[in-house]
Design a binder for this molecule. Structure first.
Ligand code: ZN
Length: 656
């Protein structure tokens, strides 16, 4: 591990707080040191208050900020004298502690200070850096971890036994540090947790961190426990419905739909297939920080077929410990290891699931290194449970607002690069859904930069390709709850007398046949949607009111409409709703160019604007209007509706 300190870069940060920002970002750039808000930093400063009096403040990282991108506004200023008095109290509950921190800040606009604030305050140095470095966590999560730490550092660090983060930990550190620290002390190692370093300058504190962690990495390297050999994984085939069944079971325990991300990359799958997986993975997560984020981790490492039963047994064993419904939600595991699926991460959103994937990927390395060092050994079960349900976490849960209506759900949209399809993707993401977008246009893969969106190129008339992208989509998010059938083509106007077989067949294959394949394939998946499956069919005004020259298009849409009606009859008992909407005159789509619009307007002897509003309400119907309705059709407003057809056309005299 190398110091990233750069003298000329550092010169741009000209105050003590600015330098705190600089070295915090340097720590954040190293993923073996910190990730996803793990770790925190502080600086003690003298400032003038509003009365002109000098005040000593601790600027400590606020919750919700990542070290890598932190700014000055991410540090919460808390009065030092108050913090030092708090540290002397015999006890302080977590909610009391949070209250004391929040009411003794000098800036109301900054986030809540870190839970480790008092710990930062009691260390008598200007700068304090704290990380959950992989190497330190690895070494301390072994049988003789403490002895190894003393072997590496001798008297240079103070060693603190494991205790969960919060006031008690700060108090214990205060006691041990004031007793054991001396002029040569460079850091403080918290067993099963991480490491603190400190110094009079930002650079000193930061470089001590790098130095100490580097020594731990070198130690592991010497023991052949740092660089890990490639493991052999045996890829397994799996039915998509098995994944959906797993997600259904997890969602049932959670009491809400959950995203389920399957990562079968070689190292994850090989780990899940490890012959000793039950022993090495069941011991609990690597650090308390990880526990907070990943909650309980029952490592299953077995076929999905037996999963539901095992899962229920696991739930029954733990549920009585939960005090209320919120805690029951926490009973749902966030990580599942399966010998077919690899590393499965569960979250209320894809963002949550991907954070869990990252954390557990590190945990896998920590476990493997610990095993090579002589045996990975994590915290005992009881301590983990304590961490899971500590008051602070509960306070955080209570504070969280209501989730968006489609949170934890997965939608699939066809023809999503432009027009109505793209508007549907945006409307679904806005409502909290994870979205699989399909399009023949390669731009689908780069159209949005969001972890909640997976764009896959696919020719919908090629069944083999469709199967491939569905497999990728279902593995990525765990299932499909909402299907929006939007892709379609509108060929040039042709009277039936001149209509070619090839045009007819092409229109049918895209507008009708491809949808049949999707519906048929996704049926077992939609059936297992935790909140019920929903299908919205983007139809056309041509269904109730066809036009001359559009036989192929009108017939294909009418046939699709009839297919939807039959499915409403067949799938009602599976709690799958299917409704159609019939847009007309939506001109902000790829089908319409300014040139065609002018042509059509001229044909009717009206302006383009009049042409666009040529309906009973004289209003323009935009892609986003259609998309909003499509989403609503899949939402609670239409939860009692199936087999319906709704016009979204500004009112059409031939339809009304
Ligand atoms: Zn920590």
């Amino acid at each position: 591990m190398k110091s990233l300190w750069n003298e000329s870069e550092a010169r741009k940060y000209d105050t003590d707080l600015a330098l705190r920002v600089y070295t915090s970002r340097l720590l954040g750039r190293n993923k073996d040191l910190v990730m996803h808000g793990g770790g925190n930093t502080s600086v003690k400063l003298e400032t003038k208050n509003i009365f002109g009096e000098t005040e000593s403040l601790l600027y400590v990282k606020g919750s919700g900020w990542d070290l890598e991108t932190i700014e000055e506004a991410g540090f919460a200023p808390v009065r030092m004298d108050h913090l030092l008095r708090l540290a002397e109290l015999p006890t302080l509950s977590d909610p009391e502690m949070v209250n004391e921190l929040k009411t003794h800040m000098t800036n109301a606009a900054v986030p809540t200070p870190s839970v480790e604030t008092i710990l930062h305050a009691i260390l008598p140095f200007k700068y304090v850096d704290h990380t959950h470095a992989d190497a330190i966590v690895t070494i301390t999560n072994t049988e003789d971890g403490e002895a190894r730490i003393r072997e590496i550092y001798g008297e240079r660090v103070v060693v603190i036994p494991y205790i969960m983060p919060g006031f008690d930990l700060a108090r214990l550190c205060n006691e041990i540090f004031s007793r054991e620290a001396h002029a040569g002390t460079e850091g403080m190692v918290l067993l099963n947790h991480g490491i603190f370093t400190f110094g009079e300058t930002a650079r000193e504190s930061y470089e001590r961190m790098i130095q100490l962690v580097d020594e731990a990495e070198s130690y592991l390297q010497d023991k052949q426990a740092w660089k890990l050999p490639v493991m052999h994984a045996e890829p397994q085939s799996i039915e998509l419905s098995e994944i959906a069944a797993l997600r259904q079971a997890v969602s049932e325990v959670a009491g809400r739909p959950m995203i389920l991300n399957c990562d079968d990359a070689n190292d994850k799958l090989a780990f899940a297939q490890h012959e000793d997986i039950a022993r090495i993975s069941q011991q609990g997560p690597a650090t308390p920080d990880h526990v907070i984020r990943t909650k309980r981790l029952p490592m299953l490492g077995r076929d999905v077929s037996g999963f539901q039963r095992e899962y229920q047994a696991y739930f029954d064993r733990n549920a009585p410990l939960a005090k209320d419904e919120k805690q029951i939600l926490d009973q749902a595991p966030r990580v599942i290891l399966d010998n077919k699926l690899g590393l499965v991460s569960v979250g209320k959103s894809m963002k949550d699931a991907s954070i869990i994937n990252d954390i557990y990927s590190h945990t896998i390395n920590i476990i493997r290194r610990g095993e090579r060092l002589g045996g990975y050994r994590a915290l005992p079960e009881k301590d983990i449970f304590d961490v899971e349900y500590w008051d602070l976490e509960q306070a955080k849960l209570k504070k969280a607002g209501a989730d968006p209506i489609f949170s934890g759900e997965v939608a699939l949209v066809t023809g999503c690069v432009s027009g109505i399809g793209r508007a549907c993707v945006n409307a679904l993401l806005k409502r909290g859904a994870a979205v699989i977008g399909l399009d023949i246009d390669i731009n689908v893969e780069t159209m949005l930069d969001s972890v909640a969106f997976l764009g896959l190129q696919c020719d919908l008339t090629n069944t083999e390709q469709v199967m491939q992208v569905l497999e990728r989509g279902v593995k990525h998010f765990g299932g499909v709850d909402i299907l929006i059938l939007n892709a379609g083509i509108f060929p040039e106007s042709e009277r039936v007398a001149e209509l070619s077989d090839s045009t007819w067949r092409k229109v049918m294959s895209i507008n009708l046949d491809a949808n049949l394949v999707l519906l048929r394939t996704l049926y077992p998946i939609l059936k297992m949607a935790p909140a019920g499956g929903r299908v919205a069919v983007i139809g056309s005004k041509n269904v109730p009111a066809p036009g001359p020259g559009a036989a192929a298009y009108s017939v294909s849409k009418a046939a699709l409409n009839q297919l939807a009606r039959v499915l409403a009859l067949e799938w009602g008992e599976d709690n799958i709703r299917i409704n159609s909407l019939h847009p007309n005159g939506v001109f902000d789509t790829a089908l319409w160019t300014e040139e065609i619009l002018q042509q059509r307007a001229r044909h009717y002897g009206i302006s383009v604007d009049e042409y666009k509003r040529n309906n009973l309400l004289h209003t323009e119907v935009r892609s986003c209007d259609v998309a909003e309705l499509a989403c609503e059709l899949c939402g609670p407003l239409f939860s009692r509706t199936t087999g319906a057809q709704i016009a979204v056309d500004g009112g059409n005299d031939r339809v009304v």
